[in-house]
Design a protein around this ligand. Structure first.
Ligand SMILES: [Zn+2]
Length: 442
């Protein structure tokens, strides 16, 4: 059963009249002042044929949507689909990152065969697709022997989901892997998958060391391996509540020194919010010089950071996203973990991620162009130039809401959204958790 609040016409050519879209997400928006542009959209054979001021297109061309909001398909540029949905069999009662890593490692070695990874990925992608997500980058745990299992599954899933959810991959492994020959093998595997080379800024051997001296050598090798293969880079950086974690500036300076040509995306960077204003400014200058992009994972980080039994958390666990954007960095928000030891909740829904980011990071008053952090910014960061915006000539991949304003959109869950792909409404029924019962336990 479809809970969508309306069904678009089934004709090849029709209009969605009297809709509103965030002005920052409309290429060639009609002139106007407000955060929302008032539009008529003409859809033709799966593409947006024209964008006109509301009231322009004849009334018999399609329904009047009464100022409902329309968004482009959203982009999730940082996820972990290989970990998703293991919570029932791999919970994390301590709720912090260190215990999450232990619980995940145990589950990985016990359970992550190809079929297990494939079925959980399929569940995740079915969910994201039904929510209106059009592209996802997933990290894959990439130490041997898991890399040999997960990358073939990823490549098969990318093929299977092509045209519905565009998939990209990045490796994640402890820093030490790039101090060994295994780092070169991993770089080859990632390049073969057309992926981004990545790691976390911590050592497997000394996970508590927030600022390991080996970082320069290991990240240096990672950058060389990536440059030799033409790969971009995607790193988990300073994901910590400990201000000793200060690797971001070292990475940025190294990328500049080496004139690294590829793109670098850094995720988390939570500890940066605990530094002095002067050190934050220096770090952001270094990131701007190196052309580094940033993704914040607000739901997962508010959940993990600053957690101790019996103690009320005092901070939100998120990086300095306002300052980064003001410094001219490209910034995104993303979903990160879903129902695994790193985050017990989540539903692969970038509209929820954006709504939670508004609350956690105060991306409001004004809303401005912050919604781009869930749409056009991650599209640019992922190199998907035709994604994340509504524009003439682009695919009619849209999310239509009953909500008419940011206030209405952000106050309800939007479970009744209509998702349009190539001009046609898709079934937005979510996969039943029972599908995974035999895999993860009920
Ligand atoms: Zn992550």
């Amino acid at each position: 059963m479809n809970v969508s609040f309306f069904s678009p016409p089934t004709a090849g050519r029709y209009a969605l009249r009297n809709v509103r879209a965030p002005r920052c997400l409309v290429a060639g928006a009609p002139p106007g002042a407000g955060e929302l542009a008032e539009l008529d959209l003409l859809i033709d054979q799966g593409r947006i044929a024209a964008i006109e001021p509301a009231g322009t297109i004849p009334t018999d061309a399609g329904p009047d949507l009464g100022r409902s909001m329309v968004l482009p398909g959203l982009i999730d540029c940082h996820t972990h689909l290989d970990k998703g949905h293991i919570w029932p069999r791999a919970s994390n009662p301590a709720g912090d990152g260190a215990a999450a890593a232990v619980a995940t490692a145990q589950d990985r070695s016990a359970n992550w065969n190809a079929q297990d990874v494939q079925r959980r990925m399929e569940f995740a992608l079915s969910t994201a697709y039904a929510k209106g997500v059009v592209a996802i980058r997933t990290h894959l745990d990439s130490l041997a022997p898991q890399a040999g299992i997960s990358y073939p599954v990823f490549k098969a899933m990318r093929e299977r989901w092509a045209g519905r959810v565009e998939l990209q991959v990045s490796s994640i492994a402890p820093l030490d892997v790039f101090l060994r020959d295994e780092g070169r093998e991993l770089a080859d595997r990632v390049a073969d998958a057309g992926g981004q080379l990545g790691c976390v800024t911590r050592l497997l051997t000394r996970p508590g060391d927030q600022n390991p001296p080996e970082l320069d050598e290991a990240v240096g090798r990672l950058l060389s391996l990536a440059a030799e293969r033409g790969s971009n880079v995607d790193l988990h950086v300073d994901e910590s509540s400990n201000p000793e974690a200060r690797t971001l500036i070292r990475i940025a300076q190294m990328a500049s020194r080496r004139r690294f040509k590829g793109r670098i995306l850094v995720g988390h960077c939570t500890a940066l919010a605990l530094q002095t204003p002067e050190f934050i400014a220096q770090t952001l200058d270094a990131c701007a010089d190196a052309g580094i992009d940033v993704v914040s994972l607000p739901m997962c980080n508010m959940y993990l950071q600053g957690r101790a039994a019996g103690v009320t958390p005092r901070w939100r666990g998120v990086t300095v996203l306002h300052e980064m954007k003001a410094r001219g960095l490209r910034v995104a928000v993303a979903g990160d973990n879903v129902r695994d030891p790193f985050y017990a909740y989540g539903d692969h829904d970038m509209l929820e991620t954006y709504a939670q980011a508004v609350r956690i990071l105060q991306l409001d008053h004004p809303f401005g162009d912050w919604i781009a952090a869930a749409a056009s910014m991650p599209a640019q960061i992922m190199g998907l130039q035709d994604r994340g915006m509504i524009g003439a000539g682009r695919a009619a991949d849209l999310i239509v809401l009953k909500a008419r304003s940011y206030s209405e959109m952000l106050s309800r869950s939007q479970f009744d959204r209509t998702v349009i792909r190539a001009g046609k409404a898709i079934d937005t029924t979510l996969p039943d958790y029972r599908l995974l019962d035999d895999l993860v336990g009920a």
